[in-house]
Design a binder for this molecule. Structure first.
Ligand SMILES: NC(=O)c1ccc[n+]([C@@H]2O[C@H](COP(=O)([O-])OP(=O)(O)OC[C@H]3O[C@@H](n4cnc5c(N)ncnc54)[C@H](O)[C@@H]3O)[C@@H](O)[C@H]2O)c1
Length: 259
């Protein structure tokens, strides 16, 4: 007989959840989704006003949330914010969502551009995961979900984006390595790899009708994703329903990688 109960399996009741880059886009969707699933959500963004807007939406629905200014690439900012949150609500869930892309032909990409993307997309994930794990390990439990991308699992091809693709590929393997390192501490580490998702992050791409048509034609389901289509996978990976899942990267891609 199965004891599976969807109400508890997908519940984040009583959990302290942190979402980096939660001020807009996918991160805002995740913050709202986790709050509705019962978590006390800490919205972390380098843009405090944006984080506060997300929290206002959470509070307006009668759920719990708090905004914090934090730059994922700033070690001191990450460590002090995490310590403050750990004391306040505990850290049960971390979603490493903040991300950056500088799309240029590789031969025109400066080292400054390269470094800027690495700092946020890779060093930021390392710094946040490390700080969170320092608080999760003594409690013997935790779930981390990283935002990778289909661009971390394929060569792309529609436009050059080398620093983004390199970092997202690295996030896939960082996810595996941290999952293995921290499994004995009860910490699960997973990632999602979305296709193009309708946010400001890709507005310059989706505003180009020819490029959007190409993206759609390269995607078996024939369209880009909406934010809420990504949120469910992230909530799932953070929830008790995924208690046996670790080191996995879940593609949410309309079949892009299945080809
Ligand atoms: N939108 C897509 O098509 C798509 C596809 C695959 C993966 N992703 C990934 O999903 C994540 C979220 O993307 P999005 O589309 O919601 O982006 P977005 O640009 O809409 O939002 C990103 C948020 O992150 C914040 N942020 C950026 N750098 C930060 C830093 N250093 N510290 C703290 N906050 C910072 C921004 O202020 C913003 O609120 C990124 O990691 C991105 O790479 C996006």
């Amino acid at each position: 007989m199965s004891g599976f109960d969807p109400k508890t399996a997908f519940s984040l009741n009583g959990k302290g959840a942190l979402v980096t880059g939660g001020g807009k886009g996918i991160g805002r969707g995740v913050a709202l989704g986790m709050a509705r699933s019962g978590a006390q959500v800490h919205v972390l963004d380098r843009d405090l006003a944006a984080a506060e807007e997300t929290v206002a939406m959470i509070l307006a629905e009668g759920f719990r949330g708090k905004a914090h200014r934090m730059d994922v690439a700033d070690e001191a900012s990450v460590d002090s914010t995490m310590a403050e949150i750990a004391a306040e609500s505990g850290i049960d869930i971390l979603v490493n969502n903040a991300g950056l892309a500088i799309r240029k032909p590789t031969i025109e990409l400066s080292v400054n551009d390269w470094d800027a993307v690495l700092k946020v997309n890779l060093t930021g994930v390392f710094l946040c995961a490390r700080a969170a794990a320092r608080h999760m390990i003594p409690r013997g439990t935790g779930a981390i979900v990283n935002l990778a991308s289909i661009m971390g699992l394929s060569g792309g091809g529609l436009y050059p984006n080398i620093s983004y693709q390199s970092t997202k590929g690295a996030v896939v393997n960082l996810t595996r390595a941290l999952a293995v390192e921290w499994a004995s501490h009860g910490i699960r580490v997973n990632a999602v790899a979305p296709t193009w998702v309708r946010t400001d992050f890709i507005k310059a791409l989706t505003d180009n009708p020819d490029l959007l048509a190409k993206i759609n034609s390269m995607t078996p389901l024939g369209r880009i994703a909406e934010i809420d289509e990504i949120v469910g996978g992230i909530v799932y990976l953070a929830s008790p329903a995924a208690s046996m899942v670790t080191g996995h990267t879940l593609a949410i891609d309309g079949g892009f990688l299945a080809q």
